[in-house]
Design a protein. Structure first.
Length: 74
């Protein structure tokens, strides 16, 4: 009788871990999508504004260089 209870507890534990992992995946996916929607990644207009705040007029080469460096950093 003890063996049946032990196997039942083990199966419940494994099932709970699997269901928790699946639920965690979908919850995390939803949170990440919301974060990206609320805080989009930096774009070229934001880089231009940053250069203007520093008192510089950015050239297209400067902007492309910053965008490429950010893509490489990902």
């Amino acid at each position: 009788m003890d063996t049946i209870v032990w196997w039942g507890a083990l199966l419940i534990a494994i099932g709970s871990l699997i269901l928790g992992g699946i639920a965690g995946f979908f919850i995390t996916k939803k949170i990440v999508k919301k974060q990206l929607r609320d805080n989009p990644p930096i774009n070229e207009n934001q880089i231009r504004a940053m250069y203007r705040q520093m008192g510089r007029k950015p050239s297209e080469a400067d902007i492309k260089r910053v965008m490429n460096s950010m893509k490489k950093a990902k």
